[in-house]
Design a protein around this ligand. Structure first.
Ligand code: C5P
Length: 308
């Protein structure tokens, strides 16, 4: 066994995702909903630092705008589960010290927990020197959660199945986003259940993503704005009616398009450029939004940023 002091220390950074297209079908026999989605990774990140240790410990530091009541209990978060699954797959012990620096809104529809799990898989694979092939890491990620494979690959990708099957798509733009996190999160299963209530006749095959795919290949923000689509938006807005006003305000200020991100309640606003995004962010601040983030995409999936 390698002594703890000889192990590396490293930090892996993983991005938030937004769904530019989210087509949702009626529930499958296993309870999951079939999806046709277009993910984009944007420049809003969680960092996961790992180091050798004689036991297993996980700590979390939160950005100022994240409330600590929203964080899962120790032992019950996706990083613990990712570590357990990776260690079990290789028959090794789960030992290490982990620090998660969270900046992605929690329970916000931006896959923050999934980003942490993806970062942990990459970081622990390196810490434990396991050299897991990419296809195996992707399969482990899919077992942990539907959008964790995307957090590994990043960029802009088409997601099918329950969202876990991902393939990169042509994306000719650098897209600018204003992100408005909500003060209180929404539970993803609750939003899906509400979708089932509102749309009992949802088709088995989700809406295709041709409009968004064509817009991405054109690089034209106005075309992307017109094509963006989210089948979960009606359910999220029904659970949080105040978000409709926020979206209307952002568009009034000049955003090309505002939309709920995934299952919500974070909202994203597409802007024409970095300067335009900063203008829209300033306008929303003037109207009383306490937290506004600006990010662009696409960006890389989980990757090592520091290794000693
Ligand atoms: O896959 P993941 O664990 O992230 O999913 C969380 C929950 O979201 C599921 O338990 C399910 O209620 C819902 N979900 C769904 N259909 C999907 C993805 C997620 O119903 N395609």
């Amino acid at each position: 066994m390698v002594p703890v002091s000889a192990l590396p220390e490293l930090t892996v950074r993983a991005p938030a995702k937004i769904n530019l297209h989210l087509g949702v079908g009626c529930p499958r026999p296993d309870g999951y909903h079939p999806l046709v989605t277009v993910y984009q990774a944007i420049g809003l990140y969680d960092d996961v630092w790992v180091a050798g240790h004689s036991s297993w410990e996980v700590d979390v530091r939160l950005a100022s705008y994240i409330r600590d009541t929203e964080i899962p209990r120790p032992g019950d978060n996706l990083v613990d589960k990712a570590a357990e699954l990776l260690a079990a797959h290789h028959g090794c012990q789960r030992l290490g010290s982990v620090m998660i620096d969270k900046a992605i809104p929690v329970a916000g529809g931006m896959a923050g927990g999934s980003a942490d799990a993806a970062a942990a898989l990459v970081a622990l694979d390196r810490l434990w020197d396991l050299r897991t092939p990419d296809n195996v890491l992707l399969a482990l990620a899919a077992r942990l959660g539907s959008d964790i494979p995307f957090a590994l690959v990043g960029g802009t990708a088409l997601g099918t199945g329950r969202g876990e099957q991902v393939e990169q798509v042509s994306d000719q733009g650098t897209w600018w986003w204003v992100v408005v996190p909500a003060e209180e999160g929404l539970s993803t299963p609750e939003v899906y259940r509400h979708f089932d209530l509102l749309f009992p006749d949802a088709p088995a095959d989700p809406a295709p993503a041709y409009g968004v795919l064509t817009a991405l290949a054109s690089g034209d923000p106005a075309r992307l704005a017109a094509a963006m689509h989210n089948d979960l938006e009606a359910a999220a807005l029904d659970l949080r009616p105040d978000l409709s006003d926020l979206i209307a305000e952002g568009e009034e200020i000049g955003a090309l398009r505002g939309m709920v991100s995934g299952s919500g309640p974070s909202c994203v606003f597409l802007c024409a450029s970095g300067d335009h995004a900063r203008e829209v962010a300033a306008g929303l601040t003037d109207r009383g939004c306490p937290v506004i983030l600006v990010a662009n995409g696409p960006v890389a999936g989980a990757h090592v940023v520091e290794l000693t």
